[in-house]
Design a protein around this ligand. Structure first.
Ligand SMILES: Cc1ncc(COP(=O)(O)O)c(C=O)c1O
Length: 381
């Protein structure tokens, strides 16, 4: 068996190891200088005034909902084509997620379908830059402003990207980054809220720190959480963000190698690239064309894994997850574009250290499987 190729891999060098070891020797393992430094660097990357480090992207989204005072009786518009946390943060505060179908080109919410989803109860929009793709954010910000809605940017997948020279994370009231090990840069577990609103930033700071608003450890001004980012995690994040350009450049190189190799394959739909966007590559997701059924896709995922190639179905629609069906009674067909796209995606191995040889092996194997699927007697044609 040839060496497996994982779906994702963090980019850890001696620099990261040294940074974490130094933090360990400092004996300050929680709430220390590294968190503040990492926050400042993230604010710079996002072009924001304030940044608040948190224990995960999910925690950051939850704090943003609370700091905006969103709660029972409110509706929040979002996408179903995302990781569940994008919608769960709305449920955490007792509000109702309203899913808008996606644009098949950008895979973000379809801008033409948002206005008809707005009701008297709508308070906010949680907009996801799917797979790091910022398409539509400029227009969405204008639309939110026009309707007096809070825009929260779930940019967990887009650290370091840009659109029209504006950094990802700079749209609306706040942006939330995620630093899970599958992301562009990692803190192990962690996230970052970025905003220009000082009151909002202060609320998030209190919410992540058990409701403390001052320095007194046992004085709690409000109900809060332990959503703090640890000092070791921040040390890792600082080392990673110090190498951001190098990491993003390497990811771009891998994405370009995939693009060049698969561009002529007529079975596949490749990620869309727009000239005015600088995509910060999170994953490399291809889609099967109409000749393939959802069952074909699942078979190909299984076969790729059998060949030692990491892959996944990013993302099954949130509205069709069992807990969502149980709570809201969603049935297949309510979001046709989301469901169609989601049934045909294949996330291929993608990480900054991936070699050209590994990309070629993935593509050769994928093409053999596509061919085998199309000529099988029980395929759709
Ligand atoms: C779009 C999106 N939102 C939210 C999250 C949640 O981030 P975390 O895993 O750090 O809680 C993720 C992470 O996978 C994500 O991709």
């Amino acid at each position: 068996m040839t060496t497996p190729i994982p779906l994702s891999l963090p980019d850890i060098t001696q620099r990261e190891v040294d940074a974490v070891v130094d933090a360990l020797w400092s004996n300050t393992l929680s709430i220390g200088p590294r968190i503040e430094q990492f926050e400042r660097r993230c604010a710079e990357v996002a072009g924001r005034r304030f940044a608040v480090g948190v224990s995960s992207g999910t925690a950051g989204l939850h704090c943003a909902m609370l700091a905006e005072g969103i709660g029972p009786g409110d509706e929040v518009i979002t996408t179903s084509f995302s990781f569940v946390a994008s919608a769960n943060c709305i449920l955490f505060v007792g509000a109702k997620p309203v899913f808008v179908d996606i644009d098949p080109r950008t895979l973000n919410m379809d801008l033409g379908k948002i206005e008809s989803a707005i009701t008297k109860q709508t308070r906010a929009i949680v907009a996801v830059e799917t797979f790091g793709h910022p398409g539509g954010m400029v227009e969405l910000e204008l639309l939110a402003r026009k309707h007096g809605l809070t825009l929260i940017e779930d940019c967990c997948e887009g650290f370091g990207g840009r659109i029209d020279q504006r950094p990802i994370g700079s749209f609306g009231q706040a942006g939330i980054f995620g630093f899970h090990p599958n992301k562009q840069i990692t803190t192990g577990e962690g996230g970052m809220i970025v905003t220009d609103d000082e009151t909002f930033a202060d609320s998030c700071r209190a919410l992540r720190n058990q409701g403390r608003e001052g320095t007194a450890w046992l004085s709690h001004q409000r109900l809060g959480y332990n959503y703090r980012l640890g000092e070791l995690n921040a040390a890792l994040g600082l080392a990673q963000v110090g190498r951001l350009d190098e990491i993003l450049e390497n990811r771009r190189r891998v994405a370009n190698t995939y693009m060049r190799r698969l561009m002529t394959n007529r079975c596949l739909i490749l990620p869309t690239l727009d000239e005015h966007e600088l995509v910060s590559w999170f994953v490399f997701v291809v889609r099967l064309n109409d000749l393939f059924s959802p069952a074909n896709r699942d078979q190909i995922l299984g076969d790729l894994r059998d060949e030692g190639i990491g892959c996944n179905n990013y993302f099954p629609p949130i509205h069709l997850q069992p807990y969502m069906i149980e709570r809201f009674g969603f049935a297949p067909g309510v979001l046709p574009v989301t469901e169609y796209v989601a049934a045909r995606t294949i996330a291929l191995p993608f990480f900054s250290q991936m070699t050209e040889r590994q990309v070629m092996r993935v593509c050769d194997t994928l093409e053999q499987l596509l061919e085998k699927t199309l000529i099988k007697p029980n395929s759709r044609f």
